[in-house]
Design a protein around this ligand. Structure first.
Ligand code: DHB
Ligand code: MG
Length: 618
């Protein structure tokens, strides 16, 4: 049972692709025909490189527009097949992918298709090659793996079998249970790709939006479970046509590819009731703390902002330059140490959120799963709290539910809060991270592979200066929520955040209160600087949601935004101004509401945009 990856999934030259695959631990690759044809390396040189890298080419792909062709195209198709077999002999590859014909000249005549495959099988036998027939979802006459299976049975040739590709099957919503009809001895190869659930032309969807398993919305677990149930023990191979991956570092995609396959095998084994290959995805109970790396010159300003946001200092670390600030259930750790992780994070990013602490139900199991998935561990100097590398080099501290009970009293000298009345923060509602466009899918995989979380439908958010994509990830209980945001619009606020803080990271922390309208006057009394929201917005929502006069006046007065998912299912949001244009806070309440106020995001971004410094452009 090997993991494999197709060269088309990775950026660069054929050589770059092979090196990236080997570097990520793959021992098997598919070579994509165009990658080879365009390469300056001869088949012999590619073979030497494969050997040097410890790789085997387990599939050559694809041979196109073959079956059902009229002469003289039929003769040429056979000549092409023979030429590919010659190449494969040198590459040491014994499986060829043939995808269903898309050509206008192709005949759907079944007798001719069967005859062509029998003749191709005889030719393949001369080269000891097995041909896997794949139904492209947009094939002219054959576009469903059930049709392919039917043809393969009729052809009944030892060198002709079926090749399954999850994208083609799942994009057409073909039930995965249909895989049970396939004879595993005839299942030549399996290609896997996920994709976001988009309603678009199949070819365009496939060529641009495929993603790694665990980055999209297709049921790969169900698909692979059916394949493994058959007894298939050949490679599971990633064939990902994706615009971002074509531009991304090949090493990152290859490493993520390995992670996605390992996580998928584990999920499929669990679905089949077989022995899992690693501990289960970790259950996150809550965000226990958010840690800020604080530059000494920023300390007073940050403390004043926290005071305004309802926080009080409640502890000082016994030995370190670290303070604990608290508002209800939310803990903020202010780290001003000169050495250690926070200090080095601060050197790169300035005053910023450098870590989060998550309480998980089983800390040791979570760390073991991270290890199995190749997630880097950070050498923590706190044995009770190991850490994983997280978004953009920030850390995720993994706190076992048992250790969490004495976390603060062990390390901190506690003191009484002195700041007066504060809102009743019941939880860190969510964290919003801004990530580089290149890494957007990578961070989705990270959260989904490690933790027991689900995704919501991706959102497009309109910033006044460009489109921002946003993906919410949350646990079933709603006690852990994070949004990942990315853009390739250079002037959008999130792009400017990346510049401003020299890299991706958490940009805002949302704090949940029972009632934002009740929290607002307390925050005002403490001096919170709210983000001013346009009067036009409040005119609109008063009408849209049928707000009473008093309610509308309160929202308007405090700059509170509102959204509704259905009658009585409300969400309120109150934003602070940003600290040095890098991070900000939000107070929210939820009544039967599961989203993140997406319709308000444009209003908020436009409001924040009013505060951006004037840039003199040439
Ligand atoms: O988009 C294509 O042409 C194409 C080619 C080969 C495949 O295996 C595939 O799934 C798609
Ligand atoms: Mg394919």
């Amino acid at each position: 049972m090997t993991n494999a990856i197709a060269t088309v999934s990775l950026s660069g030259t054929l050589e770059d692709k092979l090196r990236a695959a080997a570097g990520a631990g793959f021992a098997a690759v598919e070579i994509f025909d165009t990658d080879f044809v365009a390469s300056a390396l001869s088949a012999g040189q590619v073979r030497s490189l494969l050997d040097e890298l410890g790789l085997v080419c387990v599939l050559y792909q694809p041979l196109r527009d073959f079956e059902g062709m009229p002469e003289p195209l039929r003769a040429r198709a056979f000549a092409r097949a023979r030429q590919k077999f010659e190449t494969m002999r040198v590459l040491g590859c014994d499986k060829l992918l043939l995808c269903s014909n898309c050509a206008v000249q192709a005949s759907g005549d079944r007798a001719q298709i069967v005859a062509d495959f029998r003749a191709l099988g005889d030719l393949a036998a001369e080269y000891d090659v097995t041909v896997g027939y794949e139904a492209l979802a947009w094939g002219r006459h054959v576009n469903d793996h059930r049709q392919v299976w039917n043809i393969v049975q009729t052809v009944d040739h030892p060198n002709i079998g079926i090749l399954l590709d999850s994208f083609h099957s799942l994009a057409r919503r073909i039930p995965s249970a249909s895989i049970r009809d396939i004879d595993p001895a005839k299942l030549v190869f399996v290609q896997l790709a996920d994709a976001p659930l988009l309603d678009m032309d199949l070819l365009y969807w496939s060529r641009h939006f495929r993603s790694l398993p665990g980055q999209g919305g297709l049921d790969l677990t169900g698909y692979v479970a059916e394949i493994l149930r058959l007894g298939y023990d050949g490679p599971l191979s990633l064939e990902i046509f994706n615009d971002r991956f074509r531009a991304n570092a090949a090493g990152m995609v290859a490493r993520d590819g390995m992670r996605s396959l390992d996580a998928l095998r584990d999920a499929a084994a669990r679905k089949l009731g077989r022995t899992p290959t690693m501990p289960a995805r970790a259950t996150i109970e809550r965000v226990e703390f958010v840690e800020f790396a604080v530059a000494s010159e920023d300390g007073d300003e940050l403390r004043a902002m926290l005071q305004g946001a309802g926080f009080d200092r409640v502890g000082r670390h016994r030995t370190k330059q670290v303070e604990l600030w608290r508002c209800g259930a939310a803990n903020f750790v202010l780290n001003s140490e000169d050495h250690g992780f926070a200090a080095s994070y601060r050197t790169t990013h300035g005053t910023a959120i450098c870590a989060i602490g998550l309480v998980v139900s089983d800390g040791a199991a979570c760390m073991a799963r991270a290890r199995a998935l190749g997630v880097a561990e950070h050498e923590s100097d706190m044995p009770a709290m190991p850490a994983l590398r997280g978004v953009a080099g920030s850390l995720v501290y993994v706190i076992d539910a048992v250790a969490a009970t004495t976390l603060w009293s062990d390390e901190f000298t506690m003191e009484e809060p002195t700041g007066g009345a504060a809102p009743d923060v019941v939880a860190v509602d969510h964290l919003a991270a801004t990530v580089h466009h290149d890494e957007y899918l990578s961070w989705q995989l990270y959260w989904r592979a490690l933790f027991d979380v689900q995704v919501q439908q991706p959102q497009d958010v309109i910033d006044p200066n460009g489109l921002v994509q946003s993906q919410a990830i949350q646990n079933a209980a709603g006690t852990f929520r994070i949004t990942l945001n990315s853009t390739d619009a250079r002037n959008a606020l999130s792009a400017r955040f990346l510049d401003q803080s020299f890299g991706a990271g958490f940009q805002h922390v949302a704090l949940r209160v029972p009632d934002v309208a009740a929290a607002a006057p307390l925050l005002a009394a403490r001096g919170l600087e709210p983000l001013p929201i346009a009067a036009n917005y409040h005119d609109d929502v008063a009408a849209r949601f049928g707000l009473g006069d008093a309610e509308a006046a309160t929202l308007r007065h405090y700059g509170i935004m509102v959204d509704e998912e259905g009658p009585g299912r409300r969400y309120h949001q109150l934003y602070s101004r940003a600290f040095r244009r890098t991070f900000f806070f939000e107070f929210v309440d939820r009544t039967g509401y599961d989203g993140y106020g997406a319709p308000n995001a444009t209003i908020r971004l436009t409001a924040q945009n009013r505060f951006r410094p004037t840039v003199v452009s040439d």
